[in-house]
Write a protein that binds this ligand. Sequence first.
Ligand code: PMP
Length: 296
Amino acid sequence: MYYDKKTIVFHNGKFVKAMDAKADLFSQTLHYGSGVFDGIRSYQTESGIYAFKALEHYQRVIDSAKRIHIKVKYTAEELVNITYQLLEENNLGNAYIRPLVYLGPNMRLTKTDEVNIFISAWKWSRYQMNDQLDVMLSSFQRPNPKASYVDAKISGHYINSILATQEAKRKGFDEALLLDSGGFVAQGPGDNFFFEKDGQLFTPPKGHILPGITRQTVLEIAKELDIKVVETLSTKEDLNEADGAFFTGTATELAGIKSLNGKAFKKKWEDTIGFELFKKYKQKVTHGEYNSYSII
Ligand code: PMP
């Protein structure tokens, strides 16, 4: 699904066949999660292939790595260029791009000198195909920001996301909504959360969340459209009166939420502010409105 015999990946400075790329089983990242990754989407637009906000994504890779004392040997600009080459090598237009920074062998908890970078790309349809998600409030909380840098995209954090997702699926839901360690609404396992009430949007502030690039894009679009978004802490009771809600993320794009714990939101997805924003988001990503790095 992610690669076949012909797939080319970027691994430590070289474009190689995915089948030939090798990693060390004693990698500290494999055992303890001390790595960083990201997810970027590219779109086939009228003016060429456009990797949406790729520079921001790679800056997040570099910054996240820095937080856990890993130095990435490339600049964000270099990584963007490598990404376009990788798409070309694989003849991909609409794709999902996965950079991973992982460490070499070290079975201690100490600093690891060897830093590796791997970038792959594959065709991936929207993570949430169903725009009408049935969501459950997770029994898992987001990691405590005093326990790690929860605003960095660190591999080890994702066991929390995996547990929450698996719990939701096991119970017959599409997705989970996690509270933070203070009991306030935080986000989904791999996406940010917004809800609508009385013509305004509300979203959790920075602090306990991974402040997504899609979340930021939605804030920008809302501003352009004169839609008020309040970044504030909310309780699960605040959600009872909500008219609608949606998740945002690179893989998810914008996905409407139909119900929370079996209770439907008041408005149909198509009638919500979220849906308006989704249409505008699609226009931005597919018409390359932020286009500065397209290749024809
Ligand atoms: N939260 C988490 C935990 C994520 O993994 C992601 C996906 N990167 C997001 C939020 C959404 O971030 P973005 O919009 O930058 O993809």
